[in-house]
Ligand binder design. Structure first.
Ligand code: TXA
Ligand code: MG
Length: 304
């Protein structure tokens, strides 16, 4: 793939919007670091983020929206969360909140969780793209897995050149480190990742913030899960892939991007089925298949 670099402006944003609406990820600056942005409501587009980054696992991604009003469509704000948001948005703050029912967000973007990390970025490039596509954008830092976060378009090109179609170049980012992440998911606020806002228990801003905290960052099915199954036992719901049809298939044609896009939805479906056990067909470990297998192994071992 040829990676184009266009200077930030109307033409670049129009091209970025066209690509995003066609299901492609594009690199665009926020005030913290460059993000690799894709339509958060399109599961295949989200899968292409992981594929481009070569990430060996699926982490929940931050979902970017243009305004607090847009964020309130997706997450449940309690009073403290609403207060923090009104003080710091637009800006380098991510809030992890309970996901609102019937949200349009692809389950892969939030790794199957019932919470969502939301951010209203201040940077004009990401803001312009959000307003052009009128979709929430999932965007991790725009670097290959294991590499440091990019603060210039050249960093993105070096790390992801040949793997993404477009980088919108708006020069160096102002903050240079990733957003501060605060969870407001069960009464009180917890600092999950320190960042530019320097929110901590000493801070005036941090009234009621416990730091640093850990959230359950992985969805776990409630049933035993068997891997590399060629066929179902009588008490199993079988998730198929390729030649193994199953009750439902991750991808009948053996397409790994499609399989990643369907993974969490099918785990939830299997969990909700009347069968007491879940089995999953073998999935090859190449490319994004490594992340799928990592996730399946965790799902198999996480419940005791
Ligand atoms: O500044 C930033 O935050 C940049 C720019 C592009 O916005 N983005 C970024 O994304 O750093 P990423 O994917 O590198 O980091 C996202 C982290 C995850 O690793 C996870 O720790 C946390 O955000 N996160 C997102 N959603 C979460 C959730 N529902 N529950 C817990 N943690 C969550
Ligand atoms: Mg990162």
């Amino acid at each position: 793939m040829n990676t184009r670099l266009l200077p930030f402006g109307d033409a670049a944003i129009a091209e970025a919007a066209r690509l995003v609406l066609a299901g492609q990820p594009v690199a665009v600056a926020t005030e913290t670091v460059y993000g690799l942005a894709a339509d958060a409501t399109n599961p295949a587009a989200v899968a292409r983020i992981y594929e481009a980054k070569g990430r060996p696992s699926f982490n929940p991604l931050i979902v970017h929206v243009p305004s607090l009003a847009a964020a309130q469509q997706l997450g449940e704000f309690d009073e403290q969360a609403a207060q923090l948001a009104s003080e710091h948005w637009p800006g380098p703050l991510t809030l992890v909140l309970p996901l609102r029912p019937n949200s349009p967000i692809a389950s892969l973007a939030i790794a199957g969780l019932s919470t969502i990390g939301l951010r209203v970025p201040a940077h004009p490039a990401m803001q312009a793209l959000l307003r052009a596509v009128e979709k929430p954008l999932a965007a991790p830092s725009a670097n290959a897995s294991g590499a440091i976060s990019p603060t210039r378009a050249e960093h993105v090109l070096k790390s992801l050149g040949g793997r993404i179609p477009l980088i919108v170049d708006s020069g160096p980012t102002e903050r240079g480190i990733e957003s501060t992440i605060v969870a407001a998911t069960g009464g009180g606020l917890r600092l999950l990742r320190p960042g530019p806002l320097q929110i901590d228990s000493e801070s005036r801003l941090g009234t009621g913030i416990e730091s640093p905290g850990q959230l359950a960052s992985h969805y776990a099915p409630s049933k035993p899960l068997r891997l590399n199954a060629a066929a179902a036992e009588t008490d199993e719901y079988l998730i198929g892939f390729g030649a193994v049809a199953g009750d439902q298939s991750l991808s009948p044609t053996g397409d790994l991007v499609e399989a990643a896009a369907n993974l969490f939805d099918l785990l939830h479906q299997a969990d909700a089925s009347p069968m007491p056990r879940i089995a999953v067909a073998p999935v090859p470990a190449q490319g994004i298949g490594a992340a799928i297998n990592d996730r399946l192994r965790r799902a198999a071992s996480m419940r005791g």
